[in-house]
Design a protein around this ligand. Structure first.
Ligand code: CGF
Length: 819
């Protein structure tokens, strides 16, 4: 039982909240009302720990991490919080007594989806680990009114529906009006002379009031509660007759609109930068508010701003928060009157940057015109940073214009945010070993040569508390029965499971659990998609954002290929297989959306073909999100991690599958490399080109997919089915663009940019190895158990410990509750 958790008090609190919030008794309550009442009651428990944690932080004058991120893909909080206060059995009992089922109540919570995919979910896992390990940290982000869209599939097409997650209020958040602050946009910079010194003042600007909402981040069983602080925007001027009189009416309306639009919606792009003005406004909005607040908080307890970095560290999650560098400079120069060198020293000792991708379309570059118009003072500072940095380059590499070209912060009419982040901080890290090596040797080679000490690797991780303890209770209980519960806070202990891998009884137990989880997913799919699937078939799963480099297309083309084999030979012996997809495509990403249609079109034909006796089925799970992900990982046999080598920086889904005992079918990309290293290559299915090969081909301008098309009948047949109406009789041309992308150069895109046809045979061969391996149930069970047992490295607790030791240098804090 959780320390200080009293079941009867909790029950009273639920009843009290039910009455106070809804004026209802439990018998009259809906499930949604019950969810709210329980959530408020849980918050009541958390609040004391939250207050105690912050008291302790103040008392010890701790160094604090600010994890600055445009995205936090938190997923539902209620279940996770109950687990982390260690009160799950008691809460379940209370709800049973009140006539409600805890799972059904948890299902009422909207998924707070303030993120797109890996990057935002990583931030959420990091917050969980920071609190569990007892490190002082804030997550700082935006309180988007609409998070990631809800996906509906209609007639096989993706439709985007707004995600109104705040519709019924969100019980866990607290509005902190006392920390509101002003953020200014536009206008011009005036220079005034004060006491013989030049001072820069922004004038004629528009501004908004940034108001923070705090959400508790509960550590596991340790009384530590950190804070996710997300900023809302409010208008500074509200309408008043006054404004009419002063002729400020127009300005008042504009500020009202500015506030509303800034936080309206999360850009639904992953690994792709859209370059919209509003996006830059969002970035500066939450960064300015967070940095201003961090400085104020520091100055409330200290006198000397020069030592700011001793108590504060800013981690920039990708380039999105990079304006933190010039914003901190601005505050130090303009508000605290520091000289450039002092301000620069503080800033570069405070900021650190994580790179998440080498995809060139994700690199943020802002046109000077836009940047300087929106952020005139910040632009001046960036110009000065750039001027000084270019001097340093020229000193180190006299006359070498190539170095300036690759490293300058302002170049070709653009402000290059990655370069600013690298120059303005003390650390640059990649998110898996291979990725960091590619950064050092390819993408950021010049920077690495110039400042090698800044570069380091931090292989991503995931929290086992959400993705095993909460998401897969059957397996979690089994693991605990076998090896005790140390793994919950120390995942490498899970290695003790390895001794059971060859024990037939344990194998049977493990497979029974997997089967029950497959039944749970089959039920979910029946309920949500209306498709019947067989839990005895292999569940072969690819769930992640839809992107060409992730190659969902390779997967579905191979399914088409298998189907052809079955049609040619209906008696073909084949282990029944269910190919499960889940993916959201960015709303404007046409080819990705067409790929979703293709998957659904193939599903439609195959699932309705009785002649193949259900040997293959294809399912596209609508609205893939954190809450159904937990169910999906638990049920998977095969984890599809098939990106073009070198393109997936790390991946984190791959780790969640492994933790739940799925076997990886993957390329040697991102963290797959380290997964294979941990579990051993006998227990993973690896195929395809290596990253070196891909990079070499890319340098040489690609390869000729036509050769494969001409030589391989099976592949040609599959491709022809894209354009002969086999899967789209009503519109045979429907998939022409996909066909073209594989065979033709389209504007600057090479034919088959992502080497799908080049890797096809090797993928097909790996998949047939899987099908044979699955027939040996004892081997499969052993391999699956060994995957679970080898997943210890991939806990985000390890990742956070490495960040702390190498970059952040925080101290652990113990929080004792007063009785
Ligand atoms: O970040 C990603 C993900 N798509 O959000 N990148 N971004 N941007 C990478 O593509 C993943 O490979 C990585 O695991 C993730 C978190 O670092």
């Amino acid at each position: 039982m959780g320390m200080g958790f009293d079941k009867e008090t909790f029950k009273k609190s639920v009843l009290f909240n039910m009455k106070n919030v809804f004026r209802r008794t439990v018998d009259e309550a809906t499930k949604e009302q019950m969810y709210q009442a329980v959530a408020y009651a849980v918050k009541d428990v958390i609040i004391d720990e939250w207050i105690a944690t912050h008291k302790e932080y103040e008392k010890q004058d701790v160094k604090t991490l600010y994890y600055l991120s445009m995205e936090f893909l938190m997923g539902r909080a209620l279940g996770n919080n109950i687990i982390n206060i260690m009160a799950q059995p008691e809460v379940k009992e209370v709800l049973d007594e009140l006539g409600f089922d805890l799972n059904a109540i948890e299902d009422q919570e909207p998924d707070p989806a303030l993120g797109n995919g890996g990057l935002g979910r990583l931030a959420a896992c990091f917050l969980d680990s920071l609190a569990t390990l007892g490190y002082p940290a804030y997550g700082c982000g935006i309180r988007y009114r609409y998070g990631m869209f809800k996906q509906k599939i209609e007639n096989g097409y993706q439709l985007e529906v707004p995600d109104d997650w705040l519709k019924n209020g969100y019980p866990f958040e607290i509005r902190r009006a006392e920390y509101a602050t002003e953020v200014k946009f536009g206008g011009y910079v005036n220079t005034v002379w004060e006491n013989g010194k030049e001072r820069f003042v922004q004038e004629g600007y528009q501004s908004v009031r940034a108001v923070p909402y705090d959400m508790p981040i509960v550590g596991y069983g340790n009384n530590v509660v950190n804070t996710l602080r997300i900023w809302d925007a409010e208008a500074i001027n509200t309408f008043s007759l006054d404004s009419f009189d002063k002729g400020d009416y127009q300005k008042a309306v504009e500020q009202q609109n500015l506030a509303k639009t800034i936080v309206e919606v999360l850009y639904p792009n992953d690994n792709h930068y859209a370059g919209k003005e509003l996006r830059l406004k969002q970035q500066y909005f939450f960064i300015s508010a967070s940095v201003q607040r961090a400085v104020k908080k520091y100055m409330e307890a200290h006198e000397d701003i020069h030592k700011f970095y001793e108590k504060t560290v800013f981690q920039l999650n990708d380039t999105h928060p990079t304006v933190a560098v010039p914003e901190l400079m601005r505050i130090l120069l303009d508000e605290y009157g520091l000289g450039w060198d002092e301000a620069w020293e503080i800033t570069t000792k405070t900021c650190a940057y994580t790179n998440h991708t080498i995809m060139s379309e994700a690199l943020e570059k802002w046109p000077i015109e836009l940047f300087s118009r929106l952020l005139p003072r910040i632009y001046q500072i960036v110009e000065e940073i750039n001027r000084r940095f270019q001097l340093t380059i020229m000193e180190m590499y006299p006359g070498n214009q190539d170095k300036v070209k690759s490293m300058a912060i302002i170049y070709d009419g653009q402000v290059r945010m990655a370069n600013l982040a690298i120059v303005g901080g003390f650390s640059v890290n990649g998110v898996a070993r291979l990725h960091t090596e590619i950064l050092k040797n390819q993408e950021l080679k010049d920077f690495y040569q110039m400042m090698p000490d800044k570069f380091n690797n931090k292989t991503n991780g995931i929290t086992q508390r959400r993705f095993l303890l909460h998401g897969n209770p059957l397996l979690a209980d089994w693991v605990t029965k076998k090896i005790g519960k140390d793994w919950i806070v120390d995942l490498p202990h899970i290695h003790r499971l390895a001794v059971y891998a060859e024990d037939p009884k344990c194998q049977q137990e493990f497979m029974d659990i997997k089967y029950q989880n497959k039944v749970r997913l089959a039920d979910y799919i029946r309920e949500h998609n209306g498709i019947e699937i067989d839990p005895r078939s292999i569940f072969d799963v690819q769930v992640k954002r839809l992107h060409e480099y992730k190659r969902q297309l390779l997967n579905i083309l191979h399914v088409m290929y298998l189907y052809n084999q079955l049609k040619d030979n209906p008696n073909l012996e084949m282990v029944p297989r269910t190919f499960i997809f889940g993916a959201k495509a960015a709303a404007g990403y046409k080819r990705a959306k067409l790929t979703i249609k293709l998957i659904n079109a193939v599903a439609e034909v195959i699932n309705n073909d009785r002649s193949i006796n259900g040997k293959i089925k294809v399912v596209f799970i609508e609205d893939y999100k954190v809450s159904n992900a937990e169910i999906i990982f638990a049920a998977a046999d095969v984890s599809e991690q098939i990106s073009t080598a070198s393109k997936e920086a790390s991946g984190t889904g791959n780790m969640k599958f492994m933790l739940n005992g799925a076997l990886t079918l993957g390329t040697m990309d991102g963290a797959n490399v380290e997964i294979v290293e941990e579990v051993g290559s006998d227990y993973a299915f690896i195929f395809g080109m290596t990253s070196d090969e891909v990079i070499r081909y890319e340098k040489e301008g690609g390869y000729d997919p036509m050769e494969i098309f001409n030589q391989d009948y099976e592949i040609r047949r599959v491709l022809m089915q894209l354009i002969n109406g086999y899967y789209s009789p009503e519109d045979p041309e429907l998939f022409r663009d996909i066909y073209n992308s594989l065979l033709n150069t389209i504007s600057s895109d090479r034919a088959d940019t992502y080497f799908i046809l080049k890797d096809f045979k090797s993928y097909a061969e790996a998949r047939s190895r899987i099908a044979s391996a699955y027939q040996d149930e004892a081997w499969w069970a052993k391999a699956a158990i060994l995957n679970v047992a080898s997943s210890g490295k991939f806990t985000s607790d390890r990742t956070i410990t490495e960040y702390v030791n190498d970059i952040w240098h925080l101290s652990k804090v113990k929080v004792e509750l007063e009785e």
